[in-house]
Every structure is written in structure tokens, then in C-alpha cells.
Write a new protein. Structure first.
Length: 319
């Protein structure tokens, strides 16, 4: 019997693939923005690590906060959980809060709205999560010493879709995004955003968000099968090529890293940005690294997605 999570994901995927709403207007930004946010000059007590609440769109939203040592300004990373998961599980599985803070990143791991099992992608119905995440970045800029030129997002599955959608929805505010097992859930937007680093990971044996595209939830039956059959995802490699075309990246190369891992790079991207896709032959709907979740398929333990994401963000040019 399908779970609420899988039924909701199928419904959300259908809304995303069929949605035709125009892109939102650009989010106004101060042209005089400097590297250090207002939080660098604030005299009030800064935000502390732990669980926080923030009102957005009339709702009380929650996020976990992990902080680096030092005065800053520090880059910021939004860490987005998958459908049916939560902020605490994402923090433990992807390890971005622990590893990111060691690298000097402020890492915020937000939670989907109360009663919702996933994010509201742009142009779909529900709480305005684009506005919430923009407000969260602003909240961190006010309460901490943030490098406003270096803001990033990463996510798993539906969180990967939300992170990728923010490239366009936040109108170039992010310097880079990372998508694990979800690059092909949303298509590139119609208008070209500013140059942005994108790094993605996907297993060829993913049965939930298939690498070769087509219908998601390949093992589903019953009502979920009916819903999933209404959704057609692009192949992951086609999605990556779409982003290359949109961003103006050229010079595609493919290099084997091991017997089952290959990396596709575009050697020339504007302004020194990166577009990179790691393909794991036989990999499941999983985060490459030391933690295995057998029910989601095989995990590439020899590939540390967390380290590679942070490496890519370290190299990403500032806004």
C-alpha cells in the first residue's frame, strides 16, 4: 500500500511537470551589498547553534543551525531534506552541518511546513517555500556575519529539486547548488540566470527518480502506480545538458573515476563556475558516502558526496 509520502511526491511531481506559470519577478537586492552582512556589525547577541523558529507567510517554520568557528564573514549553505524526511534526518544522513561548519560554512537545515511532507516547488500550490528560504537567508544575514556573495543550497531527492529550482527562483542569489538523486525532477527555467555552479549525483539503479527518465516509482502498484504513470521525468543526462545549454557551459567531457563511477564535466562555464554530474552505475536513491540505507538501493561508499559538494562550493566564484 503506498505511503502518504510517496503519494504526495507523485502528486507534486505531476504538478511540477504540468505547471506552466510564468517565472516570478526578480527578488530585489541591494546593489550596494558588500561581503559582510549587517550581522557583522550588529551589537545584539548573534544566533546560536540549535533549533530555531521563523515566521514566514503566516506560518511558524523551523530550522536547525550549525555554526563554524571564527568571526566571519562566513558562506551560508541551505541543506534541504527529501520527501517524508525531516531536518534532523537530513543533517545526519548528508553530514553537511558537521562537515560544512568545519569548513567555515554556516549551515541551516530547514523543515518543510507543518503538515507537509515535502517542499512547495515554484509554480505549485502550497506554502511559499521560495519566500521562506529567501527569508531564512535574510534572517541569517541579520543575525550572523554572513558573506552575502557566497550563499548555496544542497538537497536530496525532492530537496535536490527544490535546491535546483532556487537557481532561477531566487534570481541568481545563490552562487551554487548541489542535487543528490533529484536533478531531473524540475526542468531548467526559460530565462538564463547568472552563472551558477551546479554539482549533481545520481545512481543508474535509482527506482524512485530513475536515471534514464520516464515514470518515477518504478516498483509502485495500485493508486501510486496510477499517479506515477502520469509523470514523465527527463533522463538525468538530458537534464544536465539542459542546464549546460541554459548557463552557457561547453566542452563536455566524461571521465571514469572507478569501475562504476564516472564524472561528466563541462570544461568551459561562464565566470569560472562548475557544472558536474557524478554517475554511479548500480547506485540507488541514495547519498554517496559512508551511510547506507538498503531499502533505497546501493550506496557508493567510495564516493563522498558531502566532501565533493563542499569542494565545489569552495571553488565557486563569489557573486
Amino acid at each position: 500500500m503506498p505511503t502518504r509520502a510517496t503519494l504526495l511526491l507523485a502528486t507534486l511531481l505531476l504538478a511540477v511537470r504540468c505547471g506552466g506559470a510564468p517565472p516570478p519577478p526578480p527578488i530585489p537586492q541591494d546593489a550596494a551589498t558588500q561581503a559582510g552582512s549587517s550581522g557583522c556589525r550588529a551589537t545584539a547577541r548573534p544566533l546560536e547553534p540549535g533549533t530555531h523558529r521563523l515566521r514566514s507567510g503566516g506560518l511558524e517554520r523551523r530550522f536547525l543551525l550549525s555554526l563554524p568557528d571564527g568571526d566571519g564573514p562566513h558562506p551560508v549553505l541551505l541543506d534541504l531534506h527529501g520527501l517524508g524526511s525531516n531536518a534532523a534526518q537530513q543533517s545526519a544522513y548528508g553530514r553537511l552541518p558537521a562537515e560544512g561548519s568545519r569548513r567555515g560554512y554556516i549551515v541551516a537545515t530547514p523543515q518543510a511546513a507543518e503538515g507537509r511532507m515535502g517542499w512547495t516547488l515554484p509554480h505549485t500550490a502550497g506554502p511559499d517555500d521560495t519566500a521562506f528560504l529567501a527569508a531564512l537567508l535574510g534572517h541569517l544575514e541579520q543575525g550572523l556575519c554572513v558573506d552575502e556573495r557566497r550563499e548555496f543550497a544542497a538537497g536530496l531527492s525532492y530537496g535536490a529539486a527544490m535546491a535546483t529550482a532556487l537557481v532561477c527562483a531566487l534570481d541568481g542569489r545563490l552562487s551554487g547548488v548541489a542535487a543528490v538523486a533529484g536533478l531531473n525532477i524540475v526542468r531548467p527555467c526559460e530565462r538564463r540566470p547568472p552563472p551558477t555552479t551546479i554539482v549533481a549525483f545520481h545512481g543508474t539503479a535509482d527506482r524512485i527518480v530513475p536515471y534514464r527518465g520516464g515514470h518515477p516509482f518504478q516498483d509502485a502498484t495500485g493508486e501510486l502506480r496510477t499517479l506515477a504513470d502520469l509523470v514523465v521525468l527527463d533522463p538525468v543526462e538530458q537534464a544536465a545538458a539542459g542546464w549546460a545549454n541554459l548557463l552557457g557551459c561547453t566542452g563536455r567531457t566524461t571521465t571514469p573515476l572507478s569501475a562504476r563511477i564516472r564524472v561528466r564535466d563541462w570544461k568551459s562555464c561562464p565566470d569560472g563556475t562548475t557544472l558536474r554530474l557524478y554517475t554511479i552505475d548500480g547506485g540507488g536513491h541514495t547519498w554517496p558516502g559512508p551511510i547506507e540505507v538498503p531499502r533505497l538501493g546501493a550506496t557508493a561508499r567510495e564516493l563522498d558526496a558531502t566532501r565533493l559538494i563542499l569542494d565545489a562550493f569552495d571553488r565557486a566564484p563569489s557573486r
